[in-house]
Design a protein around this ligand. Structure first.
Ligand code: IPE
Ligand code: IPE
Ligand code: MG
Length: 259
């Protein structure tokens, strides 16, 4: 039987802390509705949570944080909400760049960012340039992101590379193809958290999350705190990631490597 391709764990074996946490930040609208406020107020409060969680991630020692901020499907929301979200994004980037530099956090994006408004693109460029040299912590914003469009973009780029003779179709493997995804230089997420009690993936990191642990928190994103993140990490640490093997195999390998 041919050996199955083994997913490469981004988290070092035996480590209780995820290297890469990805969050589907959900529940801003419901947070606002519960208070009789317009949805945009929920998004404003959501931005404050983003700032707090970036700090919390660093403090907890998590090196990579990906935040799902705007999906390709979110363009279908009412125009004024989309406009307000873009405005908030611009405001966040303007305000946050200095802090990211001070805290040595590199900013990256995944998604079709070329389709974002020019003002947002410009702010993104400024922030990414200012933080490009940092290696300790990485913040990835998923903007105009969709896993299916990512696959289409990657397939197109891969096909072009094959046509140009840079890749050989016969050598195709996950290792080669995955270099054409937006996440080429990032480790796979170890832990994916979705807030607000929804238990779906909504087109987020479908391939990269193939072996991620999922935690669904009932907390609405504006109320999500460092303590909630720490609780999720603790739960993550109690899980056994088996990658297709048996629990016994993992235990044997663990005793062998600790000898
Ligand atoms: C998440 O909150 C923010 C974005 C998707 C941009 P929602 O706006 O989806 O909040 P709910 O799901 O309506 O409560
Ligand atoms: C997912 O949340 C997208 C982001 C968090 C940016 P949605 O609120 O858009 O997802 P659905 O529509 O409930 O699946
Ligand atoms: Mg939602």
């Amino acid at each position: 039987m041919p050996a199955a391709s083994s997913p490469v764990p981004s988290q070092p074996k035996g480590s209780a802390l995820p290297t890469h946490v990805a969050i589907i930040m959900d529940g801003n609208g419901r947070w606002a509705r519960q208070r009789g406020l317009p949805r945009i107020e929920g998004h404003r409060r959501g931005v404050e949570t983003v700032r707090a969680i970036i700090d919390a991630t660093r403090e907890l020692g998590i090196r990579y944080l990906t935040l799902y901020a705007f999906s390709v499907e979110n363009w279908n929301r009412p125009q004024d909400e989309v406009g307000a979200l873009m405005g908030l994004l611009e405001y966040f980037l303007k305000r946050e760049t200095k802090t990211l530099v001070k805290n040595r956090v590199r900013l990256l994006t995944i998604g079709r960012t070329h389709e974002l408004p020019a003002v947002v693109r410009n702010q993104l460029e400024v922030a990414m340039k200012a933080t490009a040299k940092f290696t300790e912590n990485t913040l990835v914003l998923a903007l105009n992101y969709g896993a299916r469009t990512e696959v289409v973009d990657a397939a197109r780029a891969y096909a072009a590379a094959v046509a140009a003779g840079k890749e050989k179709l016969n050598d195709s493997s996950w290792a080669t193809f995955s270099r054409y995804l937006y996440t080429a230089d990032l480790p796979d997420p170890d832990l994916v958290i979705r807030t607000s009690g929804e238990t779906r993936v909504s087109n987020f990191l479908l391939l990269q999350g193939a072996y991620a642990e999922f935690i669904f928190s009932p907390v609405l994103w504006p109320d999500f705190t460092k303590a909630d993140l720490a609780t999720a990490c603790a739960e993550f640490g109690r899980r056994e990631r088996r990658y297709g093997q048996t629990s016994e195999q993992l235990k044997l390998a663990g005793t062998a490597s600790s000898r």
